[in-house]
Design a protein around this ligand. Structure first.
Ligand SMILES: [Zn+2]
Length: 56
């Protein structure tokens, strides 16, 4: 399973729900408290992300 993370903080981003905002910023990072462009996010394997957490 894949998920999208914020390149800046590494936390998972959520799809923006506001229709007007969504046109420019399709994602929202709750950690940065910012709307994100598509290129500001990165698609990762959920399993790998979990393994990384276990190592820390
Ligand atoms: Zn972020």
């Amino acid at each position: 399973m894949k998920k999208l993370i914020c390149k800046k903080c590494g936390n998972e981003v959520l799809p923006e729900k506001d229709k007007a905002l969504k046109k420019e910023y399709p994602y929202y990072c709750s950690f940065c408290d910012e709307n994100k462009y598509r290129f500001e996010c990165m698609r990762v394997e959920e399993n790998k992300a979990q393994k990384r957490k276990e190592l820390i």
